[in-house]
Design a binder for this molecule. Structure first.
Ligand SMILES: Cc1cc2nc3c(=O)[nH]c(=O)nc-3n(C[C@H](O)[C@H](O)[C@H](O)COP(=O)(O)O)c2cc1C
Length: 224
């Protein structure tokens, strides 16, 4: 009898990307960034995974997309074009192994601190204090929403220009879920109240990202 094929080792089609098997490494921040950039140590950590035969490695335990989402656990700084050359080097290094490469991106919203980096106010849909980081957030006005939406689009484009296969938005606990959850969203405008309104921010950032990167780039979302 022919041996049964292990489904884990079969290829998987993810949009345009054919993954050679179904084994991947999910995003987590090893805090190997230097100056907010994925330099050699960061890249070598993922290269070792690729050498081991993974089909795709995901990095950036939520790379920060804006200055008012400062790093609290060594995140990459995806709010600047300076990261693009590092991404190009990183993607060339990983693609050599027929391994996909995706960056997780995020705005932390209220889940960060104000007294890091540029000392900007922490922002959130409503003024609900986050127990872990203890900031009292500034309520996002329409200009903040437009600015952060654009920051997601710019970050996705930087991922594309850096040669990555895609990017993933971290939803849970971070800004998109702070809009989605009725525990942290008490807005009375078009971004609060009904489920449709609470989802508006997430849908708008994905629309903006898709417009920025075009149809072929992988865009994902992680909701725990
Ligand atoms: C130190 C550490 C940091 C992590 N950071 C993130 C993160 O930033 N974003 C995320 O989506 N998951 C994060 N995770 C969760 C992992 O992606 C993964 O889901 C978890 O380790 C369980 O993996 P397993 O089911 O393969 O054991 C983190 C996990 C660890 C251990």
């Amino acid at each position: 009898m022919a041996p049964k094929k292990d489904i884990l080792l079969q290829p998987f089609q993810l949009k345009h990307l054919t993954l050679k098997n179904r084994i991947l490494s999910t995003p987590h921040e090893p805090a190997y960034s230097k100056d907010g950039m994925p330099k050699e140590q960061y890249q070598l950590y993922h290269e070792a995974k690729a050498q081991g035969g993974l089909a795709m490695t995901m990095f950036g335990g939520s790379a920060s997309i804006a200055p008012d989402s400062p790093s609290v656990f060594g995140q990459l700084n995806l709010a600047t074009d300076d990261i693009i050359p590092y991404f190009r080097e990183f993607s060339a290094r990983i693609h050599k192994y027929d391994c996909g490469l995706i960056c997780q991106i995020s705005h932390l919203g209220r889940r960060t601190v104000w007294d890091k980096a540029d000392w900007l106010p922490v922002i959130a849909p409503s003024r609900v204090r986050e127990p872990a980081h203890r900031a009292f957030p500034k309520v996002m006005d329409m200009a903040d929403i437009a600015r952060v939406r654009q920051a997601y689009a710019d970050a996705a484009l930087r991922c594309k220009e850096g040669g990555l296969d895609g990017c993933e938005v971290l939803q849970h606990g971070h800004l998109p879920e702070q809009f989605l959850s009725p525990l942290t969203n008490f807005r009375t405008d078009a971004y609060g109240g009904s489920l449709e309104n609470r989802l508006r921010f997430t849908i708008e950032i994905f629309t903006a990202m898709r417009e920025a990167v075009g149809p072929d780039f992988i865009l994902g979302v992680r909701q725990g």
